[in-house]
Design a protein around this ligand. Structure first.
Ligand code: DGY
Length: 322
């Protein structure tokens, strides 16, 4: 098969871009701007492979562009909620993602957010930078201990499991989970408890962390109704996708003091972030940094290269998504 034409929609780590250009003459995006719908349509019309990522809104309308040449969407990232998978299937487009390689780093970042929220780290940082620190005092910025508390994990996939391991073995927390698939082997290895319903999980957790994929079923999984099941004074952490949380309802739960705090790496309308969230002292935020280490991002790129390599030789894609 002749080498396919490839377009890369965002800047990638240098070794990955170098391999893509060297091996396939890929077209890069040197100024790293986000492709709009017309640019995505154009990419689908002119290239065999679109190496896309989560900022590309590959809607049905975009995917069904007339005169489409593309046959493969090689996604840089594990989450696929930016691609209309049903439309991709109908259009005969193969899709792959990059599972596994960002698990540990995303779990680390989840622990960072848990700790930051519990120990009010960002509040302390802001105070220092504003020159407002007057010195040590016994009642200053008191937070909450993690050890001995219950962490509720919604979604025990790879990342949820890596978080459970850290929380149990590293931080002495009790861990409960609710998930689409029950994981008896993780239950016995890490002594984590399964909850048959989300409400049950929320009702027994001091901290709740979300690790479910964003799908039609999980949209606004955390809403006014489910937030009401959370323990008063609990914390919510989200490193999955913004759509899983109804931010208006979360704001109300934080404003009323029902929740002690939230720590968010992802947002409903990102990169726009509701300014009301940013105005609350008990909200800790990061700009979608879950997998943002050199190691993860290079490994994600290598995974994309493996999938492209398989596509080129007609072999089954190692990370094909159906
Ligand atoms: C993913 O892979 O979907 C992540 O959100 C990127 O960090």
């Amino acid at each position: 098969m002749p080498s396919p034409s490839i377009i890369v929609t965002r800047r990638l780590p240098a070794p990955i871009e170098e391999a893509l250009v060297r091996d396939y003459g890929a077209v890069l995006n040197p100024d790293d701007h986000q492709f709009n719908a017309d640019e995505l349509r154009d990419a689908l019309q002119r290239f065999d492979i679109v190496l896309c990522t989560l900022t590309d809104r590959l809607t049905r309308d975009v995917l069904m562009v007339a005169g489409r040449r593309a046959r493969f969407l090689a996604n840089f990232g594990v989450g696929l909620n930016h691609i209309d998978l049903a439309a991709a299937r109908e259009a005969g487009l193969m899709v792959s993602n990059t599972p596994g390689v960002l698990t540990e780093d995303t779990a680390d970042l989840t622990m960072l957010l848990l700790l930051a929220a519990a120990r009010r780290a960002w509040e302390g940082d802001r105070e220092l930078r504003a020159g407002l620190w007057t010195g040590w005092r016994p009642t200053h910025l008191l937070g909450t201990r993690l050890s001995g508390k219950t962490l509720g994990i919604a979604g025990l996939g790879r990342i949820g499991e890596a978080v459970a391991r850290r929380a149990r073995l590293g931080f002495g927390m009790s861990v409960a989970y609710w998930s689409r698939t029950r994981r008896p082997e993780v239950e016995s290895e890490l002594s984590v408890t399964w909850c048959p319903t989300l409400r049950e999980l929320l009702g027994q957790s001091d901290f709740v962390t979300l690790h479910c994929p964003a799908t039609a079923d999980t949209r606004h999984l955390i809403n006014a109704d489910t937030l009401a099941s959370m323990r008063s004074g609990a914390f919510l952490v989200n490193t999955s996708r913004g759509d899983v949380v109804d931010e208006a309802a979360l704001l109300e739960a934080l404003r009323s003091g029902r929740l002690a705090g939230a720590a968010l790496d992802v947002f409903e309308g990102e990169p726009a972030v509701n300014p009301r969230l940013l105005s609350l002292a008990n909200v800790t935020t990061l700009p979608h940094l879950g997998s943002a280490t050199i190691e993860s991002r290079v490994a994600m790129g290598e995974r994309v290269l493996r999938n492209i390599g398989a596509f080129v030789t007609g072999a089954p894609l190692p990370d094909r998504v159906d």
